[in-house]
Design a protein around this ligand. Structure first.
Ligand code: BGC
Length: 907
């Protein structure tokens, strides 16, 4: 790679030790500075739906919480996702961070994946469009993205060790596509390798993946970092192309790397190349000129709120609307029943590293009541619960002293495993959940500490309560001095704290409203993995007749709105979901309420598909996902029709888990998960097998109706070098303004390899006034027609007949047109092609080659049309520098680019 003069001169000045120091983090969120040469440290931050800053999950300075990945993809609106990216770029800067650890572009394979919510889609084209828009938005603010997790991280099962066994065709067509677009089109400044292995080799030390594909073929100019604690070696990882070990302090680099260079296991050049990429990143984010890392700020901007609300509302998918029951007219309602476990708890985000400390979270109850007139009678019943862990105790019910003068709990740390010895540090906690990762500071030893957390809990209600403990590490709970829960000498198996923790242990306790009880948690980090933590929950037991009460309320109301779904505990990094059902008694609740009132609307909030055996019962159903801080406002905007229901499913909802193509090969065994379904995932599988899902990919109703007509192609036969344009007219035939998502799929009618019935290759979200008609166009090129040929290891677009299919979803194709590809073409990614062509040693030779010229024009607009090419034509590409084989392609392109820059400068 060719660097700027500044980077090159720094590289020349760095010692081997200094280079090695740049190649690992300094701390959990920072890189290492080299003060001698004025090289600053930079800070990175999670994550996809907000910029958390350097705190741990869910704590820390307030941050804007935007919709999660599956919700963003549900908007099918790249322009809006780009705006979300801009907000997130600004949010990252407010936390002093220069790299946002996002977006997560892994493909939805199984509905059970714990991180399904964070990812965009089962379809590589939709995921790629979202990734490109998001990255452009973030990077427009001079904040780098770290597209993750590269690659094959499609489940949380044994995520740190499992080998994803994926054929090259499925990798190329499905699992790598969004990464490819993120790198080649959007130019992501960093890439994060995944925890898992790919076909037996850890991603973080996989040369085929990190160098062959990413750096050579896609000409990636950024830095590759490992997922946190996902580096497993010194020489293999560096040689494979892993530039940055995260987090720090280093386990595998530093002196070990210096030694590896001395031993000849790593070349000087490889270490220099990796250091160059880190310096290039520091330069790109502007840190050489602005080296300070500002204090984290909590900035809640109206403009960010507005984007968050718009994106959350556009993401909502209307799944059912019997007799056009929705939208509701708030002026005509006299009474509303608001029911369900998600009504007064805003489920704004999934769990794990995606958590932020949101500026605020609007509950559905608050969002809806804010839009109802003053005369409307509102009733509320929870009906049932849906938590995995007993909810945390609200801060307002906690105090450090019995007289309740201040809120919180006191924590005292000891540098011993059993609370013996002198206290090392004491501070106040503002939550009953605490997580420790990285350094704690204040002299506390992260590896071997214990702590006593103490204070008072004053309940709001009298009666039986459930109280609970979960931990990574060991702990016990004492109430008024007596041990109530022992999670110290024995634990239930579980997966709290991103897979590092125990299961929950609960006990019953009878409490009196307003009377404080003394709580003491004794905690020890013994046995904790990479992350230590403890969590205390308490809540009053629900009455036995909670569901009946909800049904009675529904029967007395004009309309019943039921808020069900899941939580960031069930859908979290570190563990997959156990099944595809609604948790607990929620299905019974829906059944009881819908039986009591035919005007029942169910609002589901999940980050993944669920089964809906009750679908025929309520009049209307919406999927609102984990929509971020504007949750309740956005839901109310759609329920009351301020905003059309314009979200479309980015993932098929199968009728049952067994129908899912990954079912047989999930979650994996003996350390491997075989992607036996190959390219046939999502609708590609349901189509092929003719299995009717509950809701098809791309499905979603609107409050108005649309008509598609006049599908026309600009040509009916195309050569592989051409672009074909398909145009269709779309008309709003209903009474309200609304937006539809016109989807274009391609069907290859004859092919030498098995292909899906159709594949998404274009979509446009079109807002239309009643009666308005608009033409919508799509372009198809050879890549849109191609499959990956495993035997040839190249893309292949085969001559023959194709169909352009236009529809509202994968299950509703409305129009189709045939066309022919007149020649068969096999082609590579650009890097490999340049590599092949570079054997033709001079630019003059390259220009004589048609496909080389086309390729160069693609990379360097106007290249072959340049009248002064004589200037560069004598340049021998082979002689450009002392390239090694791995970096040759980048150098080649770079040399051509520099030649042209030079030329332009002389004009
Ligand atoms: C996650 C990453 C995240 C990193 C830092 C890991 O556990 O897999 O997505 O960016 O932690 O929090």
């Amino acid at each position: 790679m060719k660097y700027s003069e500044r980077v090159q001169s720094l590289l020349d000045a760095l010692t081997l030790e200094e280079k090695a120091s740049l190649l690992a983090g300094a701390s959990i969120w920072h890189t290492v500075p080299v003060e001698r040469l004025g090289i600053p440290a930079i800070k990175v931050t999670d994550g996809p739906n907000g910029a958390r800053g350097d705190s741990l999950f869910g704590s820390g300075k307030g941050a804007a919480c935007l919709p999660s990945g599956i919700a963003l993809a549900s908007t099918w609106n790249p322009a809006l996702v780009e705006e979300v990216g801009q907000v997130l770029g600004e949010e990252a800067l407010s936390k002093g961070a220069r790299v946002l650890l996002a977006p997560t572009v892994n493909i939805h394979r199984s509905p059970l994946n714990g991180r399904n919510f964070e990812c965009y889609s089962e379809d590589p084209y939709l995921a790629a469009r979202m990734a490109v828009a998001y990255i452009k938005g973030v990077q427009s603010r001079q904040v780098g993205t770290s597209v993750k997790h590269f690659a094959g991280n499609n489940s949380e099962f044994e995520r740190n060790t499992i080998s994803s066994e994926i054929g090259e065709r499925a990798l190329r067509e499905i699992y790598l596509s969004a990464f490819e677009a993120a790198v080649r089109e959007a130019g992501s400044w960093t890439v994060m390798s995944s925890y898992n292995k790919i076909n037996g080799t850890f991603s973080s030390e996989n040369p085929w993946l990190l160098t062959g594909i990413l750096k050579d073929e896609w000409a990636f100019e950024g830095a590759v970092m490992s997922d946190w604690f996902g580096t497993h070696s010194t020489a293999p990882a560096l040689n494979a192309g892993l530039d940055l070990e995260m987090p720090g302090p280093t386990q595998w680099r530093g002196q070990k790397l210096v030694q590896a260079v001395h031993n000849g296991e790593v070349t000087q050049d490889a270490a220099t190349q990796a250091a160059g990429r880190i310096l290039h990143l520091i330069e790109r984010v502007g840190a050489f000129d602005h080296p300070d890392i500002p204090e984290e700020a909590d900035i809640d901007l109206p403009a960010h709120r507005e984007v968050a609300r718009r994106a959350a509302a556009e993401a909502i998918v209307l799944l059912k609307n019997h007799d056009n029951m929705l939208p509701l007219d708030p002026g005509k309602l006299r009474s509303v029943a608001i029911i369900g476990p998600n009504a007064k708890t805003a489920q704004i985000m999934g769990g794990g590293s995606a958590r932020v400390n949101a500026h605020y979270a609007i509950t559905p109850f608050d969002g809806i009541t804010a839009q109802l007139g003053p005369g409307v009678k509102v009733g509320y019943e929870i009906g049932c619960t849906n938590h995995k862990y007993t909810p945390l105790i609200p801060l307002s019910n906690l105090s450090t002293s019995r007289d309740r003068t201040d809120h919180g709990l006191t924590i005292t740390y000891y540098n011993s495993p059993d609370l013996s010895g002198e206290p090392v540090w004491q501070t106040t906690l503002l939550s009953t959940e605490t997580v420790w990762l990285g350094e704690i500071g204040h002299g506390v030893s992260m590896r071997a500490f214990s702590a006593r957390i103490s204070g008072f809990f004053t309940p709001d209600e009298s009666g039986p309560h459930t109280i609970s403990l979960v931990s990574s590490g060991i702990c016990r709970l004492l109430v008024d001095g007596a041990e109530l829960i022992d999670n110290w000498t024995s634990q239930n198996k579980g997966d709290a704290f991103m897979g590092a923790g125990s299961g929950e242990k609960t006990a019953d306790l009878t409490l009196t409203a307003g009377t404080p009880v003394a709580l003491t948690i004794e905690y020890s980090a013994q046995g904790a993995g990479f992350l230590s933590g403890v969590r205390l929950g308490a809540m009053p037991l629900l009455p036995q007749d909670a569901i009946d009460r909800a049904a009675r309320l529904a029967a007395q109301s004009d309309v019943a709105l039921v808020f069900v779904g899941s939580t960031g505990e069930w859908e979290s990094e570190g563990a997959d979901r156990p099944d595809m059902e609604l948790v607990g008694k929620q299905a019974d609740l829906i059944h009881a309420v819908a039986s009591a009132n035919p005007r029942t609307v169910v609002v589901v909030q999940t980050g993944s598909p669920i089964t809906m055996p009750w679908l025929s019962e309520p009049a209307a159903v919406l999927e609102a996902w984990f929509p971020g801080q504007e949750c309740g406002n956005a839901i109310a905007d759609v329920l009351f029709g301020k905003v059309d229901a314009s979200g479309r499913l980015p993932q098929t909802f199968p009728k049952r888990l067994q129908d899912n193509p990954a079912y047989i090969n999930y979650p994996g065994e003996n350390g491997k998960v075989v992607y036996g379904e190959g390219i046939f995932i999502g609708y590609r599988y349901y189509d092929k097998k003719d299995i009717a899902p509950l809701f098809t990919f791309g499905f979603g109703l609107s409050y108005t109706t649309f008509e598609y007509s006049n599908l026309r192609l600009n040509k009916t036969s195309m050569a592989s070098g051409d672009t074909l344009q398909a145009t269709v007219d779309i008309r709003n035939t209903g009474p309200r303004p609304g937006s539809d998502v016109v989807q274009l799929y391609v069907h290859d009618l004859e092919s030498s390899l098995a292909r899906p019935e159709k594949e998404l290759k274009g979509f446009v979200k079109v807002p239309l006034q009643p009666g308005e008609t608009r033409p919508v166009s799509f372009n198809l090129d050879r890549r849109a027609l191609a499959f990956w040929d495993d035997a040839e290891h190249r893309w292949a677009a085969e001559a023959g007949e194709f169909q352009a299919l236009v529809g509202r979803s994968a299950g509703e194709i409305v129009l189709s047109a045939r066309f022919e590809l007149t020649d068969t073409v096999r082609f590579d990614g650009p890097g490999r092609e340049v590599s092949r062509l570079s054997m033709q040693s001079t630019i003059k030779d390259l220009l004589a080659d048609d496909s080389a010229r086309a390729l160069l024009d693609e990379h360097i607009p106007g290249f072959s049309g340049n009248p002064q090419l004589g200037f560069t034509s004598g340049l021998s590409l082979e002689q450009v520098a002392g390239f090694d084989a791995q970096t040759f392609n980048e150098h080649t392109l770079q040399a051509i680019k520099s030649g042209l820059d030079d030329l332009n400068a002389r004009r």
